[in-house]
Design a protein around this ligand. Sequence first.
Ligand code: HEM
Length: 186
Amino acid sequence: MTIAGRLKTETAAAHDRLDARLDLLQGREHYAAALARFWGFYAGAEPQLDRWHARAPLVDWPERRKLPALRSDLLALGLTPAAIDALPVRSFEDDPPDAGAGFGWLYVLEGATLGGAVIARHLRKARTVPAAALSFHTLYGRRLGSRWRAFHAALAAWAGDDRARGDAVVAGALATFAAFEEWCLP
Ligand code: HEM
C-alpha cells in the first residue's frame, strides 16, 4: 500500500474518535475554548516542526504554519493578545520529531486543514461563529487540494517503498492524534 493509503487506513480509528468527540458547532463560547486548546497544541508543535525543517527541508513547511490563523480567529472571538499569549502550551521539547515522525505530525496537521473546509461549511450554516473567526478552518482557500497533493508528493518522494520509513511516519501520525486528543479532549 502507498504511504498515503497506510496513513489514512491506520489512523482512521483515531480520526473518527476525534470527529465524534470534537463538536465544534455547539456555539461561540465552546468554539473559542476549543480553538484556545488548538492554539496551545500548535504553539508547542510548530517550533518543533521549524527545527525539523531546518535540519532537512523536505517539504514547504514554513508556508503551512497555522498559528497566525489561530491567533486571528481568537482575536475575532474576543480574546486579547495578552490572553492568547497566556494560554497553556503543550510542550514537545522532550520528543522532537526525526525525519519520519515529522512527516507523521505534518500529515495530521495538514489533514486537519483539509477536513477544516468541511467544518467551515458546517460552521457557516450553523451561524454560531462570526465569519471573521473562520480563518483556521479555511486555510489555503482554493489551493487546498493542490497543497494536500503537494504534501503527499513530498512525503512519497521521501518514503518511497521503504517499509521502515513508512512505519516511522505512521507512528508519528498516531502519536500526534493521541497527543491532540489528550490535550484538546482530556
Ligand atoms: C469536528 C471534527 C472533524 C471533522 C468533522 C473532520 C472531518 C474531516 C473530513 C470531512 C475529512 C476528509 C476531507 C477530504 O477528503 O476532503 C478529514 C480528513 C482528515 N482529517 Fe479531519 N475532521 C475533524 C477533526 C480533525 C482533527 C482534529 C484532526 C487532526 C488533529 C483531523 C485530521 C484529519 C486528517 C489527517 C485527514 C486526512 C485523511 C486522509 O488521509 O485522507 N481531523 N477530516
